[in-house]
Design a protein around this ligand. Sequence first.
Ligand code: 9MR
Length: 358
Amino acid sequence: MIGVSRRLALGGGLAALAGACAAREPDGLASLAARRGVRFGAAAEPQTLENDRAFAALVAAECAGLTPENHLKWNVLRPRPRAFDFGPADRIMAFAERNRLAVHGHALLWHEANPAWLSHELRPVAAEEILREHIDGVVGRYAGRIASWDVVNEAVERNDRRPDGLRRSRWLETLGPDYIAMAFEAAHQADPAAVLLLSDYGLEYDDERWMVEKRGTMLTLLAGLRRRGVPIHGLGIQGHLLGDRRPAFGRDFRAFLGEVARLGLEIHITELDVNDQNTPGDVRQRDETVAAIYRAFLDCVLDEPAVKAVTTWGLTDRYTSKTDMFPRADGQPVRPLPFDRALARKPAWQAMAQAFNR
Ligand code: 9MR
């Protein structure tokens, strides 16, 4: 006779095999995306998931993935040197595990959201040790539980005018360009199964000169890392789209995705949203504009089989960092995401669903 715990374990195993989850909506974005081999997820914070039950249920119904929006960043994890505060990250992990959401870790190295002590302590003699201690501590703690990581975020900045196009961050200044390879190696050692990404913004539009150039820089960087055998598995394209310009995701962006795939890399869309700070029209018109941008973008990226994940930066207009970062001049609330503030599906949701169904 099989004992209760054994039966539960078997049941859980079968459900996991089928990719099933009781709370997941059969016609939700995660289910639609899964049919074409793409994981749909969203970024969120532990406090909103814990304090807003309707929102938490929506995340469980519509998502298969979850990105902690802020709580794996240095300023949260590392308030003091040599100490880690995993409290908030553990809480969001617990939510993800209860709801069988694959977690995407964001981000191991970034030039923003760092504690003040880091720039004082980052000297050439200590920097490599600090980097390894952090990555080993964080990736090691969640090994086997965090499916993929933004290992280095926003490493390219052409305005910094280096011939290699790399951003002049504290990491680069103290360790040189090899800090990138070092970070990937440390992450791979701490969790050999995790999918490791280099992630960036400003790669999407065909008609923005600086983005055209940035795509070139990115390809050179990725090809170099692959050639050297650095354990990098994918490119994260943030996908912060603009609600006041033509959705020019055409031949060039599509070709770029193909080039990345030819390097043997996965592509994840890691922070998708549409900034409607300057989108003209009433709410209905703005929603249609935003929806058309989601649709054009997803039609382009889903055409590339290397695209394995699509994550929106938030899920509902109720909780979006765009509210503070890009408020509208007319005082109207921003509407960058697929669900409105009442948690109802918007035209952007329909556009995403159609793109996944196409
Ligand atoms: O949405 C995030 C916001 O709540 C934080 O205050 C901010 C600084 O940590 O970071 C925002 O997320 C950014 C992400 O980490 C990296 N890409 C740009 C995102 C902002 O749109």
